[in-house]
Design a protein around this ligand. Structure first.
Ligand code: C2E
Ligand code: CA
Ligand code: CA
Length: 572
């Protein structure tokens, strides 16, 4: 601001001095005009050197001072022609005010200049009073035009470097799109991406090279998008893409293609809009995705699912309202011809938000949104109550109940207490409970987890290592995790086929369990041949579709009754 004002003073002063020099007569008056010009030039230089330190409030005063100097110079100029010529300098006043000041201040500055112009030209001898209308009118018109242009430029929606929408334009578009999506029940997706190394490019090469990279990226990405999809530059090297009514999966696919199309590394976050959400929440979720992409090693796409949030909310409600169901898959004795000796409790919950989500997906979402402890507690409680009901039907043998535990939950120092309190409140006996810990979940090795497992074993609970053989199995890890049972992953069992010999690893696992004095359960037994081979290898317990798919507690009860040849008088 001060540089522009300074430039006006400098040029105006030079012009005044030149006009004074060129005017032939009136030496004394010319000297005054010359002096005024010199003052203006010096003010201009001063503003250039020290204007930064000048308070912004002082600028209107300076511009008024310029008006006064012009007026004084015009008044003292000897010739009328020269005076009228010099009155064109009022345009500088109008421009400066229109560009930098608020509209009322601009109006006042221009009005002051117009009055000065009319008075100083109107009072000159041999000059029609209306001659001043011309320079005054020009100043007013220029002032108005510059005011309008400056306001428009400030409110522009376009990024000048790339020709894309800027942040302001994008915000407007996003709000309009969200309003439309709400009306039409659509789900727009949002991508926020930035270049990982633009600062380095700017620092090591130069700004124009960095600008060229940004323009190139904008061009390449623009070509990849459909007409209704909008690319914007939010600032610096930060871009955003608004994709109307697009699934998260499609948005991630497009983002990966965009990243692959450019040579620069780029980290991107993707999300989708959820009904009722403001634009700011959508943008910050996509931004979280971008940060996660950077944390995970840069040059990646990360989905920060909007659906997941809705899913987590739905799951939270289901847990609170006890709407999570549990199914039971029998664990059978191989030497006793497939007699049921226990059951594994398996969570069942169908989500309206993500209808195809299986138990693994539910567990992952629960872990991600800190719901796993509540979820596992609900499952454990329901399973203990159902198992107690089953046990009452077959009082003559100890039914074993297997329940899965998330490694995350196991790392919680209060876990063992929670299990004990559930056992107390449901009346299920600790000695008949097996907690299945997945070997791949490394948290199971944390000190808290080990303490929990030891505390639980002290109360009589057994620990099984689930999916054994798929994780980073090592003998030392096996010794580190307090455990009693190995559940051999079903991939080993699936390798037992009619036309190939029994996989040697199964024999090794059996021998290992014997050496460690652990029980083994073979998972995923799907046919009689696999069952026979496992029995030959010395396995005593098995589980799988060959015996039963996971079923309701009532269905298991009916089977137990049938197996024992009992008369059904159960507590349905
Ligand atoms: P898992 O503990 O390995 O459970 C066995 C999975 O194998 C179950 O899948 C079961 O339905 C399936 N299955 C059983 N027999 C066969 C078979 O013969 N062939 C094949 N191909 N599959 C068979 P499901 O119910 O989908 O559970 C998946 C996983 O979700 C479980 O794997 C377990 O890790 C986890 N999970 C289930 N319920 C809970 C729970 O309440 N809490 C926790 N933390 N995790 C759970
Ligand atoms: Ca399991
Ligand atoms: Ca398993």
């Amino acid at each position: 601001m001060s540089w522009t004002t300074g430039a006006f003073f400098f040029v105006g002063g030079l012009l005044a001095a030149t006009v004074a020099a060129l005017t032939g007569d009136g030496l004394g008056s010319r000297a005054i005009v010359f002096g005024v010009g010199l003052v203006a030039v010096l003010t201009g230089i001063l503003l250039y050197l020290m204007g930064e330190r000048m308070p912004v409030r002082a600028h209107p005063i300076l511009v008024s001072l310029g008006t006064v100097l012009i007026t004084v110079a015009i008044h003292w100029l000897p010739g009328n022609t020269a005076a009228v010529t010099l009155s064109s300098l009022y345009v500088f006043v109008a421009c400066d005010a229109a560009f930098f000041f608020s509209t009322p201040v601009t109006g006042l500055e221009i009005a002051f200049a117009v009055v000065c112009c009319m008075v100083v030209t109107g009072t000159r001898e041999h000059l029609h009073w209306w001659i001043g209308v011309i320079p005054a009118g020009v100043a007013v018109v220029v002032g108005v035009v510059v005011t309008i242009l400056a306001r428009m430029a400030a409110e522009a929606d376009i990024d000048l470097l790339t020709g894309l929408l800027n942040r302001r334009g994008f915000d407007r578009l996003l709000n309009a799109e969200i309003a439309k999506a709400g009306r039409l029940d659509q789900r727009p997706a949002l991508v926020v991406a930035d270049l990982d190394r633009l600062q380095t490019i700017n620092a090591h090469l130069d700004q124009p090279t960095g600008d060229a990279v940004l323009q190139q990226v904008a061009d390449i990405w623009g070509d990849l998008l459909e007409p209704e999809q909008t690319l914007a530059r939010l600032g610096g090297d930060l871009f955003a893409v608004l994709l109307p009514d697009t699934t998260e999966r499609t948005a991630v696919g497009l983002t990966d293609r965009m990243r692959a199309a450019i040579t620069a590394d780029c980290s991107a976050g993707v999300t989708s809009w959820q009904p009722g959400e403001p634009a700011s929440m959508l943008v910050s979720r996509a931004d979280v995705g971008r940060y996660r992409a950077k944390q995970a090693g840069r040059n990646l796409t990360r989905l920060e699912s909007g659906q997941r949030i809705a899913l987590a909310e739905e799951l939270r409600r289901a847990i609170a309202e006890d709407k999570v169901e549990v199914r039971y898959q029998p664990i059978v004795s191989l030497p006793f011809g497939g007699k049921v000796v226990g059951v594994e409790a398996l969570l069942r919950w169908s989500s309206a938000t993500e209808p195809g989500l299986g138990p693994n997906g539910v567990i992952r979402a629960a872990e991600e949104y800190n719901l796993i402890a509540d979820l596992d507690r609900v499952v454990l409680r329901r399973a203990c109550l159902d198992a107690a009901r089953m046990q009452r039907t077959v009082p003559d043998f100890d039914l074993t109940l297997n329940v899965n535990v998330s490694g995350l939950e196991l790392a919680d120092s209060d876990y063992a207490n929670r299990v004990r309190s559930t056992l107390r409140s449901t009346g299920w006996h600790a000695g008949q409970l097996v907690l299945e810990v997945t070997e791949t979940q490394l948290e199971a090795e944390s000190p808290n987890a080990i303490d929990n497992l030891n505390a639980l074993r002290d109360t009589g609970v057994h620990i099984a290592i689930d999916d054994f053989g798929t994780g980073y199995s090592s003998l030392s890890r096996l010794a580190a995790i307090p455990s009693d049972i190995l559940k051999v992953d079903r991939s080993f069992v699936a390798a037992i086929t009619a036309d190939s010999p029994a996989p040697p690893l199964l024999g090794v696992i059996k021998a290992l369990s014997k050496a460690l004095d652990m029980e083994v359960i073979a998972e995923g037994v799907e046919n009689a041949h696999q069952a026979a081979v496992l029995a030959d290898l010395g396995f005593s317990l098995a589980q799988g579709y060959h015996y039963s798919v996971p079923r309701t507690a009532q269905a298991i009860l009916d089977e137990l009754i049938e197996q024992r040849g009992m008369v059904a008088h159960n507590e349905r």
